[in-house]
Design a protein around this ligand. Structure first.
Ligand code: ZN
Length: 382
């Protein structure tokens, strides 16, 4: 993901949870992370649902929030932990590590991996620097370059945008009529205010280990293969493969939402997904949404990006602009969305991305395709 969503659906459990999260973020912002960590064994908000995927491999599935977190994949090694992906803010990292200590393992974190440079996968890095100063952060060369050149500016813009949205959110909260709408807008106000407060002084923390295409880590528990297989969601997306456990984690190269292509390479992405299919795996932990079993969704996602890119390219070459294409291309027209992939996206967007109460699955899918058309249009030759 790149742009925080402002549409969403509040689930009841978030009421109490969120108060805790806001307090946590404030306390971390004021105090040092180490002190927060020492206090963190109880009472922290559970921002993730942790599930066992294979022996020693866990998925931390992010619960929906206005300023969303990515999922993490946790690999328990003989003496330490490797955590794939680093969320949208340092406090989310403190919360996750606290959950891991309670329910998975007390072993120290040794490696953190940034799948790509986007804010919701990398802005937690400073949290790990506080909790696990000895740990190394790993990324592709391209991702480190993008973080170095763009992350501070993007973070400052995101704080500025969040600040601007606060008054509008407060007005919506004041005029909300139903309990669901009130809960939704309260969460929007609280999360946005907490983000502004915590991230006001954010400075990027860059990876210390980088690689071009492959990096192997050998541990007594299992082997870890980090791989860059081509451009896709960004220039630098990497995946992690554990051959013994038959698991991959993929960041946003592959996840449960419609793709975000604004920094992407629509003409190369399907081929990169075909490279991903070559890894031997039974379970896929994507950057967002539920754990996927098998390779079916990878094939379907490649088909969707390919079909949409073909239609946009054909229309553009005939002189059609974005509004024309948005009129002529709808989910109903796309073969790749017929059947199970369209159904899957609707359900996943409704469940794992915060949505305005009452939003239908059809309108989510329609919005996703409408959003993808200009992204592909502008990135056809990237
Ligand atoms: Zn992303």
């Amino acid at each position: 993901m790149r742009v925080p969503t402002r549409r969403g659906f509040v689930r009841n459990l978030f009421g109490g949870l969120w108060t805790g999260a806001a307090l946590l973020q404030q306390s971390i912002f004021r105090a040092d992370v180490a002190r927060a960590q020492a206090q963190s064994t109880q009472g922290l908000p559970e921002l993730f649902q942790i599930e066992k995927v294979a022996p020693g491999v866990y998925a931390a599935i992010a619960k929906p929030l206005p300023l969303l977190n990515c999922n993490a994949a946790i690999f328990e090694q003989e003496r330490d932990l490797l955590i794939f992906d680093a969320h949208s803010r340092p406090s989310a990292v403190v919360s996750l590590v606290s959950q891991i200590r309670r329910s998975v393992s007390q072993k120290p974190v040794k490696y953190i991996v940034n799948s790509h440079f986007h804010w919701d996968h990398s802005q937690g890095n400073p949290g790990y620097r506080g909790i696990a100063p000895q740990a190394s952060v790993i990324s592709s060369v391209a991702t480190r370059d993008l973080l170095s050149s763009r992350a501070n500016k993007l973070a400052r813009e995101s704080v500025e945008n969040a600040r601007k949205q606060l008054d509008a959110h407060r007005a919506r909260l004041d005029s909300a009529k139903t309990p669901a709408a009130k809960a939704y807008w309260k969460l929007m106000v609280d999360d946005t205010a907490a983000y502004v407060k915590e991230m006001g002084s954010y400075e990027v923390s860059l990876p210390d280990i980088t690689f071009e295409s492959d990096l192997l880590l050998h541990d007594k528990a299992h082997d870890i293969h980090l791989a860059w297989r081509g451009r896709g969601h960004t220039a630098g997306d990497i995946v992690i493969h554990c051959p013994q456990k038959k698991v991959v984690a993929t960041g946003d190269l592959m996840h449960g939402f419609a793709p975000y292509i604004g920094d992407g390479y629509p003409s190369s992405w399907p081929a990169t997904l075909r490279e991903l299919q070559k890894f031997e795996f039974d379970h896929l932990i994507g950057g967002h949404g539920a754990v996927q079993n098998g390779k079916q969704r990878v094939i379907q996602k490649a088909a969707y990006i390919e079909e949409l890119t073909g239609l946009v390219r054909a229309g553009k070459s005939k002189g059609q602009g974005i509004p024309d294409l948005q009129k002529s291309i709808s989910p109903a027209e796309l073969k790749s969305l017929k059947g199970s992939y369209g159904e899957f996206l609707m359900s996943s967007l409704g469940k794992y991305l915060l949505q305005v109460p009452g939003t239908s699955g059809e309108s989510l899918l329609d919005g996703a395709v409408r959003g993808n058309i200009p992204e592909v249009f502008n990135r056809l030759d990237a």
